[in-house]
Design a protein around this ligand. Structure first.
Ligand code: FES
Ligand SMILES: [Fe+2]
Length: 318
């Protein structure tokens, strides 16, 4: 998104990030009436949960004298009150009260971002000022199904750029080397804001016995991916990244496992398989942290559709 050209007094970085829905935190990490400072996209935000439970994301710095609302701001109703002189802002970012003044300055407002909450995630739509969402991230239905375990969550900060994470979708040739998996069928399907990778192949169980592995992994926009993994167990994986700045991002990972309704699986078995699914993904991370981006990679036949996924990702830049 083009962040340059912001009105004076607002944040302007001149950096560019893909427009779309980003996961800004796990639902569980924003308690009732909680206020959280966030730094993403090389900008400062305040995220808070109103008294009705509604999450709101605003630019962080008060238009009055510039206090950061994420440090000491208080929730009242679904509004937030600045810690410095108590100006009060609604979830739309409008200033609705200046307690000591007879009149609210007409331009007193903070930029507010579209927010959605489902599937244990708080998502925010980040794009050029005034933009509204071009697509939605669907909820994960398995989360309400008693035949599935609850979601195990992990998160890490990585020194890399989103385009490295995205490119994984098209990278057919790394499975054998990085994940010890043979790929028999590989397909990438681009459908507007969604990019899906399907693989059918062979891997091993945790004991190393050969077993078939199938995945259907869909990016809903540039940053939120849901994967169905059919391995020793059926699993659903969440993989969502959000840039902190142009060189670092936070990657959040969630995994749940199908046990069958009323089936009691050993908790250790569940946790070991979930950890293995997570660690499989983190095998890629170890490469990303030290690799160098090649604008013009030298490709061989047998490589996946790297050019196509790059073009798709580019479509999120205005
Ligand atoms: S700086 Fe926020 S009310 Fe003064
Ligand atoms: Fe991978």
């Amino acid at each position: 998104m083009a962040m340059s050209g912001a009105p004076s007094g607002q944040q302007s970085t001149g950096t560019k990030f893909a427009e779309g829905w980003y996961m800004v935190c796990w639902s569980a990490d924003l308690g009732p009436r909680a206020v959280m400072p966030l730094r993403y996209f090389a900008r400062d935000f305040v995220l808070f949960r109103g008294e009705t439970g509604k999450p709101t994301l605003l630019d962080a710095h008060c238009p009055h004298l510039g206090a950061h609302l994420g440090y000491g701001g208080c929730v009242e109703g679904d509004d937030i009150v600045c810690p410095f002189h108590a100006w009060r802002f609604s979830s739309e970012g409008r200033c609705v009260d200046v307690p000591y003044a007879s009149r609210i300055p007409p331009r007193a407002a903070l930029r507010s971002y579209p927010v959605a909450e489902h599937s244990e995630m708080i998502l925010a739509y980040i794009g050029p000022e005034g933009s509204s969402p071009r697509y939605e991230v669907p909820p994960i239905e398995e989360l309400d199904d008693p035949a599935w375990t609850s979601l195990e969550r992990a998160e890490i900060t990585i020194a890399t750029q989103p385009r490295e994470v995205i490119e994984n979708v098209a990278d057919k040739a790394h499975f054998r080397q990085v994940h010890n998996q043979t790929i028999d069928q590989f397909e990438m399907i681009i459908d507007g804001p969604r990019a899906t990778q399907r693989t059918i192949g062979r891997g091993g169980t945790l004991d190393g016995k050969p077993i078939s592995v199938e995945t259907v992994a869909t990016y809903h926009g540039p940053a939120v991916q849901f994967t169905h993994l059919m391995w020793a167990y059926d699993m659903v994986l969440i993989n969502a990244h959000v840039p902190i700045d142009e060189e670092n991002l936070i990657l959040r990972f969630g995994v749940m496992l199908y046990t069958g309704e009323g089936v009691e699986l050993d908790r250790n078995v569940i946790l070991t398989h979930m950890a293995a699914a997570r660690d499989g993904y983190f095998q890629d991370v170890a490469i990303w942290e030290h690799k160098r981006w090649r604008d013009k990679p030298l490709l061989a036949d047998g490589d996946g559709p790297i050019g196509e996924i790059r073009k798709w990702y580019q479509s999120f830049f205005a």
